[in-house]
Design a binder for this molecule. Structure first.
Ligand SMILES: *Cc1c(COP(=O)(O)O)cnc(C)c1O
Ligand code: SF4
Length: 371
């Protein structure tokens, strides 16, 4: 190749440089980039200290959603550090759902027989201030290398009861296409694995990263489910709509998990709109609504369980079944995700039950079962 054609090649590459790279470059990449934003004095004071605990990163597409005139903006609350993050309460935990306790080999958590969490990277496209895994992200911090996953892949191959492999992290979609294709190929070569799940905030925070190349990297033998993480209807934009349409058209099943966050989505109106827009506009089925876990420095974002139950009950009455998420608590010490209600059983005596309807009225129900 002549140097001319090299230049030409480089120019073509520049012209077609993927849009997501600009989104990353023009966003907040380090705590020091926060200085150029119209922060409050408290946010400004918190920036360095909070970043030492949990990195700061906000792609431009997500940053642009912030209404800076609103100090309580729900997008801002998710990504801009606050002094409260540095206040630790009794009972908070470094590893709130015991990922470490159930990790037989590095980069893998196996708590339920049929599925494992696989951590190809501990880096994310956006760092959410409320992240339940923030301490392991900060402590481990590492990205993907092929070698680092070998023990985890060997473990999966040696455990035929595993049917679902869940790529999480960190954010698996922060990896290059090539790495994703490699990981997918290695997993699908294990005959007993049926489904590949990808837990990601990329369709929310960096939707331009959902490209045909990325989708191709994930397509193969396995059923693919992409579990997104939208917390507010304001995160649903034309760009996220395009990203989700591409993923759906590729044949992937789309689900969403939200975290219940005080000051972000702790009203029935906000949750109702979020769940409807997810299903009706994005074709993403609301899967879980997580009660805020016990990550350190997050007391200011947690609701009580009673508040969460009241919200879940109101949603059940207002939303269709497909729009309705299950309200769960991921138990510390690895008890798994348990539904917290609502519960409609008021009383029972033998085969006579007292059940509360969605209209609030309690009715009797008698079981009739053949011999
Ligand atoms: C959340 C989680 C899963 C997935 O649970 P589902 O209820 O199937 O979504 C699997 N393993 C671990 C360790 C988890 O924390
Ligand atoms: S994208 Fe997920 S893993 Fe990453 S900081 Fe946000 S919540 Fe945590």
């Amino acid at each position: 190749m002549t140097s001319d054609s090299n230049l030409h090649h480089a120019a073509v590459e520049r012209a077609t440089a993927p849009a997501w790279q600009d989104d990353v470059r023009q966003g907040v990449r380090h705590a020091r980039d926060l200085a150029s934003l119209p922060l409050s004095p408290g946010e400004r004071a918190a920036a360095q200290g909070a970043a030492a605990n949990h990195k700061v990163r906000i792609p431009k597409a997500y940053l642009d959603l912030i209404d800076w005139n609103d100090p309580a903006d729900p997008i801002r609350a998710q990504v801009i550090p606050l002094p409260e993050e540095l206040v630790e309460q009794d009972g908070e935990l470094g590893d709130p759902i015991a990922d470490q306790g159930f990790s037989p080999v590095p980069r893998l958590t196996h708590r339920h027989a049929d599925r494992v969490l696989l951590f190809p990277t501990y880096q994310c496209a956006v760092y959410c201030r409320f992240c339940f895994r923030k301490e392991s992200l900060t402590a481990i911090g590492r990205g993907y290398t092929r070698e680092a996953l070998e023990p985890a892949l060997a473990y999966i191959a040696g455990h035929p009861e595993i049917r679902e492999v869940i790529l999480t992290g960190g954010d698996p979609l922060s990896l290059p296409d090539k790495a994703l294709a490699e990981i997918r190929a290695r997993i699908e070569a294990i005959a007993h694995v049926r489904l590949l799940r990808i837990h990601t905030r990329v369709p929310v925070a960096l939707p331009s990263r959902i490209t045909s190349g990325l989708i191709e990297a994930l397509q193969g033998r396995l059923m693919v489910t992409v579990v997104t993480h939208f917390n507010h209807a304001r995160e649903i934009t034309p760009a996220t709509e395009t990203a989700c349409r591409m993923l759906r058209q590729a044949g992937f099943v789309l689900l969403n998990q939200s975290v219940l966050l005080k000051g972000v989505n702790d009203t029935v109106e906000v949750l109702e709109e979020l769940c409807r827009e997810l299903m009706y506009r994005l074709g993403v089925k609301p899967y879980y609504l997580h009660h805020g876990d016990l990550a350190r420095g997050m007391a200011h974002r947690r609701t009580t369980i009673a508040q969460g139950q009241a919200l879940a009950e109101a949603l059940r009455a207002r939303l269709s079944g497909i729009c309705n998420p299950v309200y769960v608590l991921d138990l510390p010490e690895g008890g798994g995700k348990v539904p917290l209600g609502p519960c409609y059983v008021e009383a029972r005596e033998g085969e006579s039950w007292r059940l509360r309807g969605l209209d609030g009225e309690v009715r009797g129900y008698r079981e009739v079962v053949g011999e």
